[in-house]
Design a protein around this ligand. Structure first.
Ligand code: SDX
Length: 443
């Protein structure tokens, strides 16, 4: 493959890569596209039309599915930015609804915009009362992620005024409804699982405090929201808000590319996030730390993680894109220490174990060679446990936070003039044509 530059009619330079096909003895020029940051891409949209070839990239390790302005990740440097703002700055200086506005509308809100946005989100936190009966259909011990998939998917049966994806006002309403109602649904899923009454949202509380109130308060007594816990959960929401074209976001985009309504698309994203290789990893990290139990068993689990005959992987380690420390993990590690200190929790055994495990793995050749570092899920679970959330709710919290990323990417996809229905092709390796064999002739 060779690279060359030519001038376009407007005088811009259009770079190409040339592909030589020895079978047809032909060369094909494929345009090179350049973004504002990150690697250039080879535009293969017309490859099959012009050459008769497909590309092959299981897991899309080298494939860009869209153009996007929302999030930039540099995996080698461990950089994460939303609309140009570093995640470290947003976690330190913004709050979750400020980041939601940024992801949705491209700019940090001024005071007037922020107030109007917060007001709108606040006044969409209530659920249609009929939905409370929906929960009653689940077993009490249903996993809260199963409830989230079911209830969010059902929202389109209740909110008919925000399902027309071609109406910008309805799209905007749906994005705000989803951001606002996810915490309410998550808190109800938790309350239902422990047999406590649902707690309605309160409009006098901010986003994080309201979520804690709906999750932990009881009608029988006054519940005071801890500012430490509210700040910690708000920061966790910021760190999980969006992450480029990850598995669940790509699921939302491909579901949306068929014209499905936004509630159905987000339900698909929740289902994809649930997997332990993705958002389910935070729950899996806690389970793994529980299994390891003590520092002297760490070498046994490190050996298992390195054994390609053993399916066990070190949960919370490794990442498709980050080949450096996940910047969110670094912020979460610091936040974990702060939360434990502020809650007066000393010598938390799980944190001690996690830090020992991290040190051993980071100095092990297997992990160094494969550039496997802690990811966002490694420390989030310990923090969430310290805040009083049950392990089964960890991925639900990830889904609450990621809803803004999903809807922002969905909205961008709908407005993208280049977007078409997502329909990958394949390399067929099955049977070649063969005649039908009637039942009585089959052995
Ligand atoms: C999230 O994409 C996103 O942005 C996701 C996310 C987001 O915000 O949306 O960041 C959130 O999902 C974070 C990841 C959470 N998952 C986990 O912590 C589960 C444990 N991690 C692995 O399952 C794995 O690292 C993945 C799934 C995260 C990434 O897998 P890849 O990119 O497909 O990497 P790979 O399987 O090709 O691994 C490369 C090598 C392999 O070894 P070799 O075959 O080369 O010998 O590294 C090994 C893997 O076996 N490896 C691990 C490992 N992760 C990769 N070995 C042991 N333990 C691990 N955790």
């Amino acid at each position: 493959m060779t690279q060359k530059s030519e001038k376009t009619s407007s005088g811009d330079s259009m770079d190409h890569v040339s592909l030589f096909d020895p079978v047809s003895d032909q060369s094909f020029d494929l345009p090179l596209l350049t973004g504002t940051e990150g690697p250039r891409v080879i535009d293969v949209r017309h490859l099959y039309r012009d050459t008769g070839y497909f590309t092959y990239d299981p897991g899309y390790t080298s494939t860009g599915s869209c153009q996007s302005e929302i999030t930039f990740i540099d995996g080698e440097q461990g950089i994460l930015r939303h609309r140009g703002y570093a995640i470290e700055d947003l976690a330190a200086h913004s709050n979750y609804l400020g980041v939601c506005y940024l992801l949705l509308y491209g700019e940090l809100p001024n005071a007037k915009q922020k107030e109007a946005f917060v007001q709108d989100i606040t006044h969409h936190t209530l659920l249609h009362e009929q939905l409370t009966f929906f929960f009653r259909g689940f077993r009490r011990d249903a996993h809260p992620m199963a409830i989230m998939c079911g209830v969010v998917g059902a929202l389109s049966a209740f909110y008919h005024d925000s399902t027309d994806i071609n109406d910008p006002d309805q799209r905007r309403l749906a994005t705000h409804q989803l951001i606002a109602k996810m915490p309410t649904i998550a808190a109800m899923a938790y309350k239902y699982s422990i047999g406590q009454p649902f707690v309605y949202p309160r409009n006098d509380l901010d986003f994080a405090a309201n979520f804690l109130h709906m999750t932990f308060s009881l009608p029988a007594e006054e519940y005071k929201v801890s500012p430490v816990m509210a700040r910690a959960i708000d920061r966790i929401f910021i760190l999980h808000a969006d992450h480029e074209q990850n598995a669940s976001t790509s699921t939302v985009r491909i579901a949306g590319s068929s014209g499905a309504n936004p509630f159905a698309c987000i339900a698909a994203g929740i289902a994809s996030l649930w997997g332990p290789a993705h958002g389910g990893a935070n729950e899996a990290v806690l389970k793994m730390l529980g299994e390891i139990g003590s520092k002297d068993r760490i070498p046994e689990f490190i050996a298992r993680a390195k054994d390609d005959k053993d399916p066990f992987r070190l949960m919370g380690f490794g990442h498709r894109v980050y080949k450096n420390y996940d910047p969110r993990a670094a912020v979460l590690r610091e936040s974990c220490h702060e939360v434990l200190d502020e809650l007066g929790i000393e010598n938390e055994p799980l944190l001690e174990l996690a830090m020992e495990l991290e040190q051993i793995a980071l100095n092990d050749e297997y992990f160094i060679q494969r550039k496997l570092f802690p990811n966002v899920d490694f420390y989030s679970g310990i923090t969430l446990k310290a805040l009083g959330f049950p392990t089964s709710l960890f991925t639900v919290l990830f889904a609450v936070a990621r809803t803004v990323g999903w809807v922002a990417q969905w909205k961008e996809m709908i407005k993208d003039p280049e977007q078409k229905i997502g329909r990958p092709r394949q390399l067929y390796v099955g049977s070649t044509p063969r005649p039908y064999v009637p039942l009585h002739k089959r052995s």
